[in-house]
Design a protein around this ligand. Structure first.
Ligand code: S3P
Length: 449
């Protein structure tokens, strides 16, 4: 099990870019593999989660070639050969690793095939709820079994089935569930619709548009007609704002700092973190342009003495992955920060309410835990501690940020999991600790094929 050791810094003045967006990379691999030709994907995230989805598409017949790779990790530029919606039976069960997105989207894709397939994952993924996708997919006529020791959990066995469209009222605000149903809808005869209780990340809808699939959004209802074939196109994946969030918080909470993160995805269904940091007192500028339907741009942030805030109910789905690091920002801010209505955190890679609260307390933070969130009374100095990631990448990275502000050394245990979303994180952390400033100090080693 690997460990990261972090000491406090006094200055953060840097300019660099973070790796590609995880959500968009999964979808690029899936839609590229379904398309009617060859697609070049650049700035693909070579993380374990996305590699598993890419390999899954390979095992379903969508061959890919690596054009450029990140040394020690995987492809960042690749060419994928689309199968015009005709997938072939995989030879073996498909490994989704740690990825809820991978498993749920692939389940939607596989629900309406002419062959049986199986999806499995690691211990964390095998304890996460799959009923949220198996129920709507079953309503569409899918024949799915959950084979896990825990009821309703993975592995999933997906038998061949002929799907019919549904009009689904989604009970929770989940982009994964929405995407699973829409992907299944592409294999059903007629119009499949999903109505979401509040806006969730819309990368699937934007990716469908990039591949010239008709997908209509009216209010909170998204509809897709089955039988369409994605038209091959090239995709440039923007930097992941959820990875950027770690450095944004570190810079925001450090008066005198200035950080520029280049080419970050600025999709409005993902940028609630920026609003929250501004509310807390950080000075933020976004310079954006659009590329293939996904807004992308530079973020400049200047640190300040932060103050506590209240996360709004409608913001929660649009910053759900950032809550552990927002909790760290809250610990560094004066006053109270209220995070409620975030029960979904309990079914992420870990129960992120418990793992965040437990680790904040270890660093001396006054925090109260609720079933659906937490109340943080910030502003007291943090002290270094032994932090447990519990195998959760976002917990590991969030507490590395806390370590940058703590008195004494912070030891974060179980940091291998960071590779599921941020390959090269430790290199960037090292550069920040050495108070490096230039983009080239943050470059990761790329190998061309
Ligand atoms: C994701 C959606 C979110 C998010 C996850 C990625 C996606 O999950 O937490 O990291 O790519 O669709 P839910 O849709 O379950 O909230």
């Amino acid at each position: 099990m690997s460990t990261l050791r972090v000491k406090s810094i006094t200055s953060l003045r840097a300019e660099f870019s973070v790796p590609g967006d995880k959500s968009i990379s999964h979808r690029a691999a899936i839609f590229g593999g379904l398309s009617n030709g060859v697609c070049e994907i650049s700035n693909f995230l070579p993380s374990e989660d996305c590699l598993n989805t890419l390999k899954a598409m390979g095992s379903l017949g969508a061959r890919y070639e690596v054009l450029e790779g990140l040394e020690g990790y995987g492809p960042i530029k690749l060419r994928i050969h689309g199968q015009s919606m005709r997938l072939s039976a995989p030879e073996a069960p498909i490994d989704c690793g740690n990825s809820g997105t991978g498993m749920r989207l692939l389940a939607g894709l596989l629900a309406g095939q002419t062959f049986t397939s199986e999806l499995f994952g690691d211990a964390s993924l095998s304890s996460r709820p799959m009923g949220r996708i198996t129920l709507p997919l079953a309503e569409m006529g899918a024949n799915l079994e959950t084979l896990g020791q825990k009821p309703g959990c993975a592995p999933l066995r997906i038998h061949e089935a002929k799907l019919h469209p549904i009009d689904y009222e989604m009970p929770m605000a989940s982009a994964q569930v929405k995407s699973a149903v829409l992907l299944a809808g592409l294999f059903a005869n007629g119009t499949t619709s999903v109505t979401q209780p509040s806006v969730t990340r819309d990368h699937t809808e934007r990716m469908m548009a990039a591949f010239k699939l008709r997908c209509e959004t009216v209010g909170n209802k998204i509809s897709v007609v089955g039988g369409q074939i994605p038209q091959a196109c090239d995709i440039k994946v923007p930097g992941d704002i959820s990875s950027a969030a770690f450095w944004l918080v570190a810079a925001a909470a450090m008066p005198g700092s200035r950080l520029v993160l280049q080419d970050v995805g600025l999709n409005p269904t993902r940028t609630a973190i920026l609003k929250v940091l501004s509310r807390m007192g950080a000075h933020l500028t976004e310079i954006s342009h659009t590329s293939q339907g996904e807004p992308i741009g530079h973020i400049e942030i200047q640190g300040a003495a932060l103050k506590g805030t209240t996360l709004l109910a409608e913001e929660i789905p649009n910053l759900i992955d950032e809550i552990p690091v927002i909790a760290v920002a809250a610990a560094l801010a004066t006053g109270e920060t209220h995070i409620r209505g975030a029960r979904e955190l309990r079914v992420k890679e870990t129960d992120r309410i418990t793992t965040t609260v437990e680790n904040l307390r270890k660093m001396g933070v006054d925090v109260e835990e609720f079933e659906d969130g937490m109340l943080i009374r910030g502003g007291s100095p943090l002290h270094g501690a032994e932090i447990e990631s519990h195998g959760d990448h976002r917990i590991a990275m969030a507490f590395c940020m806390a370590g940058l502000f703590a008195k004494g050394e912070t030891v974060v245990r179980g940091t291998d999991c960071i590779n599921t979303s941020y390959p090269g994180f430790s290199h960037h952390l090292n550069a920040i600790q050495l108070e490096k400033t230039k983009p080239e100090d943050f470059n990761l080693p790329i190998v061309s094929k």
